[in-house]
Ligand binder design. Structure first.
Ligand code: AMP
Length: 396
């Protein structure tokens, strides 16, 4: 494996797997360019180092073959502007035209290939397809963390054709460094704050984190399975009865491993799943029938904030309540603020996976935490302790 910071790109053609899977509106305008902006330093580094860049990505979910609405051509203008150079476009990611355009590419030029997923071979991890992509370049770089948990042709299989010239781009490097900072090099005490709807999606994360953290804080809909497991009355709250034993086991294992489990002691309840419902606060294990818990309560916010303030490393995944509805957003907002405040005092904080990222963006706190991950599924699989195929292909 080579390093983007030290590699000599002079005269090299570098094929970079980027994650340009950005949302487009009906006029094919980019409504959130975060992923494109994230890739710019990597692209500029190669250009400034004397190389030429061939960019490949997927966009959306094309069914079979090309679909205009999923064409990467819609990104050309925006990308050209961001890079300060006219980006060339190949309307097929493999084949004669791509080959010719790649062959004629000069130092500093950037060529964008058409959507990889117009070929089913991409998701199938087809080796012949990967080899065709590989034939366009001298160097392979993976900078698409969002798809690093997939063993697709462009994210993993292609790496074998560049045994001595493969590396991560800056997005991948930063994502992996932030995960390591929490899971491998985390300064103690390390606290994981887990929320979201269900235990089912998080149990492997909990089990994997037990050997890596000092505290596990549980909020969100998943808390009620734990509260019921402890004998509490949860009214009509979200619960996964088939996971009660799993929740009990996780708490038992935590105690054995000296990990402190924090389960909410109070909750904001409503008589229906609606922002305009009747609302009360009650003890977490004493929810009357007909009522459901939709947020953590004030006492819990205090306890959780206190643990977060005393932590040196914080991982946050999943909202504390139904934050999409304003009346049940306070828990998520206050916990996000506690994480930001702890960060301002020197803690390292990583926000990763789906809705907690949406929450820090919504409350304008993304610059007040140490790192916000761009890859939902890839981040979750990393937290589960899995090796990502896109990472293994570069490191192997
Ligand atoms: P996840 O995708 O598992 O991270 O779950 C995120 C979703 O969990 C968000 O849409 C929240 O509205 C939802 N959620 C959080 N707390 C609760 C709760 N107490 N009851 C039901 N849903 C919740």
């Amino acid at each position: 494996m080579k390093n983007i910071d030290t590699y000599d790109f002079t005269g090299k053609k570098v094929i970079v797997r980027v994650d340009f899977n950005v949302p487009l509106n009906n006029n094919f305008e980019i409504t959130d360019d975060t992923r494109i902006r994230a890739a710019i330093p990597t692209i500029q580094k190669i250009r400034e180092g004397g190389g030429a860049v061939i960019l490949m990505s997927h966009l959306g979910r094309p069914k079979t073959g090309p679909e205009d609405k999923f064409s990467l051509k819609h990104l050309i203008d925006d990308l050209s502007e961001k890079l300060g150079t006219e980006v060339l476009f190949a309307d097929d990611c493999i084949g004669e035209s791509a080959k010719q355009m790649a062959a004629q590419l000069k130092t500093g030029q950037v060529l964008l290939l058409e959507n990889l997923r117009f070929y089913p071979e991409e998701k199938n991890g087809d080796a012949a397809f990967a080899e065709k992509l590989a034939s366009l370049a001298d160097v392979y770089m993976n900078d698409a963390f969002g798809t690093a948990h997939r063993a697709h042709a462009s994210t993993a299989v292609i790496a074998q054709f560049f045994p001595n010239d493969k590396m991560f781009g800056y997005v991948m490097k930063n994502e992996l460094a932030s995960i390591n900072k929490v899971l491998k090099e985390g300064k103690k005490p390390v606290t994981a704050v887990l929320g979201g709807a269900k235990v089912s999606g998080k149990i492997e994360i909990i089990n994997s984190l037990l050997s890596k953290v000092d505290n596990i804080i549980i909020g969100g809909g998943m808390m009620f399975t734990f509260i019921k497991a402890m004998g509490g009355q949860i009214g009509n709250s979200l619960v996964e009865d088939d996971l009660i034993d799993t929740a009990k086991n996780a708490m038992k294992k935590a105690a054995e491993m000296n990990v402190t489990f924090y389960i909410p002691t109070d909750t904001v309840i409503a008589d229906k799943f609606d922002n305009n419902a009747n609302i009360q606060t009650c003890k977490a294990g004493e929810i009357p029938d007909g009522w459901l818990g939709l947020d953590i309560g004030p006492e819990t916010i205090n306890t959780f904030s206190d643990v977060i303030e005393k932590s040196a490393t914080i991982l946050w995944n999943g909202p504390m309540g139904v934050f999409e509805l304003d009346n049940f957003a306070k828990g998520t907002i206050d916990i996000a603020k506690a994480i930001a405040h702890s960060t301002s005092k020197g803690a390292y904080s990583l926000v990763g996976g789906g809705d907690s990222v949406a929450a820090v963006n919504k409350y304008n706190l993304k610059d007040e935490v140490s790192y916000v991950s761009t890859g939902g599924g890839a981040m979750l699989e990393s937290l589960e302790g899995k090796t990502l195929p896109g990472v293994a292909a570069i490191e192997g």
